[in-house]
Design a protein around this ligand. Structure first.
Ligand code: NAI
Length: 712
């Protein structure tokens, strides 16, 4: 057995305390060996006739239990249904003993309590929360394509009510300690250092009133609800779920059906149903894909950005942002929000004033108010310095340039600023297309220069590309990575190259949409193919959002870099000529001439695109999907051949968090692995006539021959 996680102590002569403390980990997880430990402690404790209560505690600050051990889950992904049922039954039976023990059981929750942890707590007679701000309670299993399988779907409706349980389990969002108290999950919320004394008092009170015995009996029965209520609840919840999942994520619907059906059953039969239904989801393609996304983000949290060795990073507490436009203001706001001091500058005074206002409004945005909180704005305002002084700009630990996309102008700014910077300060560009090595030419300290490429809108997009120029030092990269994480972003380190990573992969996909359109495909059909694959919007609408002039400019860069495979389109320049630049001008491929600014088909579009369409023909949905996503995939194999990323996983993380690639597919390379390289080579054959852009790359052919996968 591995080192022990649970330790037993006596809080008083008749009150036992089991404390979770997973060795060498920051969080407690419920692995198989921890479940074994719990079972043997219960074997012993249940034999004792002198016990009044058992209290569960955690020794990890701010974390009670983070859930089941997902690495063990991954190892069991191929398990047969029978085995999965047995896994569920084991947890249910083990935790179920807490609701039958000859003493009162209390979970004293000091922080994050989710997934399997929330299930363990649910089986206790009583739950107490500390007022630790990290405290949260929830069932996030649907985010992994599953639902709670250790009795969560059985206990939650019985303790917190069916409607609350449905919302929590099908939505997967956690609730605060206060909300848990209001819903009836918790008896009380107490000061962090009062958790144990309060739990002891709770045991004593229950001993006197015996209320917990009434609840044990009540929670083992079917739920009291009429058929009409059940029908209404089911129909409304199903409608909400369908709207959110678009039928692409089966777990929330399965959880709902299970809870509706088991409402009329006793607890034991409900547990059996839960296990049987959970076994249908476990190991499914969506479950495997979502687990992969979990591990991608987990890997990213631990990645320093440097492979070779441990590296010292510099702490960044002050940042300057040059350019107060869309991106500059967004970047400044992301910093201010996290308490960093920011000097913001712009060549145009009006832009600076407007940008400054945008920064504060954005940084002080309050979800409940659906607007900026004035108090928060006043609190944050001292962190922001709107300045036109180069000396003030140069005084920061990090300077991020976000001015117009023009190499000469960017370089002239660097020439003015660099001599004023501290020698250890980092200079970075937010450029979306200009190679970092080019921008670094002429710098005295190119080793302190890199790309820090945020995505638009900065507020919503977690991805940041940290781009390494030829001369960028490891320390600079590691510092930029640590800095980006510090402001809540997910940085991936990219080697320099046209379009870096995300735009390089996005371009062939968007470009293929134009080729399909000019080849006679209907816009509606193209958009549908992309959305049914799982993209949040179709590529044609995306053109309108990005701006068609911007797309032409980016396309030019790609054409110059990869003339062997980028076909230059005549349609996009014609759109620009016709002043149809996209959403920003109210008209692009769609019209936005309506109150809500939604894309609507525009009958006058035909005149512009007509001359560029080479005859109509029908495309099958499959053909459209393959053309859109295999071009993107082939470019990804070239990115690997060129050594642009350090690991195929960075491609997947980048696309999921940079352009909304469907998480239920696990990422582009993960998806490709499910098809297999040899099958993809076959799928490409019908597209041979399209030339290089649809031709299998050397990497793909080698993988097809050897049977290798991208995920090793
Ligand atoms: P923007 O046009 O909204 O803002 C640029 C700002 O820079 C303007 O306020 C302008 O007055 C100011 N400026 C121009 N020359 C200057 C100078 N010499 N000194 C000081 N300020 C100067 O542009 P946006 O969209 O914010 O883009 C900025 C940079 O971010 C570009 O390099 C762009 O490629 C990149 N980027 C843009 C994204 C987008 O979606 N808009 C996404 C990611 C990167």
């Amino acid at each position: 057995m591995t080192a022990e996680t649970l330790s037993l102590a006596m809080a008083e002569s008749d009150i036992a305390v089991l404390t979770f403390d997973t060795p060498n980990k920051s969080a407690n997880v419920l692995s198989n060996s921890v479940l074994d430990e719990l079972a043997s402690h219960l074997d012993e404790l249940e034999q004792r006739s002198d016990l009044a209560g058992l209290i569960f505690l955690s020794a990890k600050p701010g974390i009670f239990i983070a859930g089941a051990d997902l690495r063990e889950f991954v190892q069991s992904l191929g398990a047969a249904e029978q085995q999965v049922v047995a896994m569920c039954r084991r947890g249910q039976t083990l935790f179920g003993r807490l609701s039958k023990a000859p003493f009162v059981t209390v979970a004293a929750i000091n922080g994050i309590c989710v997934g399997g942890g929330a299930e363990l707590a649910s089986w206790c007679d009583r739950r107490l929360f500390s007022d630790n701000p990290k405290a949260e309670f929830g069932f996030p299993e649907v985010k992994l394509g599953l639902f709670p399988g250790w009795g969560g779907t059985v206990r939650a409706p019985r303790i917190a009510g069916l409607s609350n349980a449905i919302e929590m389990i099908t939505g997967g969002e956690s609730i605060s300690a206060e909300a848990a108290y209001k819903m009836g999950w918790a008896c009380d919320v107490v000061a962090d250092d009062q958790l144990l004394p309060a739990a002891i008092r709770l045991v004593r009170a229950e001993q006197a009133t015996k209320d917990y015995l009434k609840d044990r009996e009540r929670w083992s029965r079917p739920i009291e609800i009429t058929d009409t209520e059940l029908g209404f609840l089911g129909a409304t919840a199903a409608a909400v779920i369908r709207q959110q999942t678009k039928g692409q994520y089966p777990a929330p619907e399965a959880a709902l059906e299970t809870m509706l059906e088991s409402a009329m059953l006793d607890s034991e039969s409900a547990c059996q149903l839960e296990a049987a239904r959970m076994a249908k989801l476990f190991g499914s393609p969506v479950n495997a894909a979502l687990l992969n996304v979990f591990f991608l983000t987990d890997r990213n949290k631990k990645d320093t950005g440097i492979d070779k060795r441990e590296i010292a990073t510099q702490s960044i507490s002050s940042v300057s942002v040059i350019g107060a436009g869309i991106m500059g203001a967004g970047i400044a706001a992301a910093n201010v929000k996290r308490g960093l001091t920011v000097a913001l500058t712009d060549a145009a005074r009006e832009s600076l004033a407007k940008g400054g206002r945008n920064v504060l409004e954005e940084a002080a945005f309050d979800r409940e108010l659906k607007g900026p909180s004035v108090e928060r704005m006043l609190e944050l305002a001292p962190l922001l310095n709107l300045t036109t002084s180069n000396e003030e700009v140069a005084a920061s630990d990090l300077v991020i340039e976000a001015i117009v996309e023009n190499e000469d102008i960017k370089r002239s700014i660097y020439a003015q600023l660099e001599p004023l910077l501290r020698p250890d300060a980092i200079l970075a560009s937010n450029t979306s297309t200009i190679p970092i090595t080019k921008l670094a030419a002429g710098l005295e300290r190119p080793e302190r220069f890199c790309g820090i490429h945020f995505f638009n809108p900065v507020r919503r997009m977690k991805l940041v590309e940290v781009i390494r120029g030829e001369k960028t030092a490891d320390e600079t990269i590691a510092t930029a990575v640590a800095y980006a994480k510090g402001i809540g972003k997910m940085p991936i380190v990219i080697n320099d190259g046209p379009g870096f990573l995300v735009n390089r992969l996005l371009f062939p996909y968007m470009h293929e949409a134009i080729e399909l359109l000019c080849g006679g495909a209907e816009i509606k059909a193209i958009e549908r193919a992309s959305k049914s694959f799982g993209m949040p919007m179709g590529p044609i609408e995306l053109y309108d959002l990005v701006g068609i002039d911007t797309a032409v400019y980016a396309g030019q860069t790609m054409f110059e870099a990869f003339p062997d495979r980028v076909v230059s389109s005549t349609l996009l320049p014609a759109m620009v000529e016709a002043k149809r630049l996209g959403k920003k001008t109210g008209r692009g491929f769609y019209s936005y001439d309506n109150k809500k600014g939604r894309p609507e088909p525009d009958p006058s579009l035909g005149e512009v695109i007509g001359p560029h369409v080479r005859g109509k023909r029908d495309f099958t949905p499959d053909e459209l999907t393959m053309r859109l996503f295999l071009t993107m995939f082939l470019e990804a194999t070239r990115v690997l051949e060129d050594g642009i990323v350090r690991d195929p996983r960075d491609i997947d993380l980048g696309l999921i968090f940079g352009i909304g690639f469907p998480p239920f597919k696990g990422g582009l390379m993960f998806w490709a692995d499910t098809l297999g390289a040899a099958a993809i080579v076959e799928m490409l054959k019908p597209f041979e006539s399209l030339g290089n852009r649809m031709a299998p790359t050397n990497l793909l052919l080698e993988m097809a021959a050897s049977g290798a996968k991208f995920y090793k």
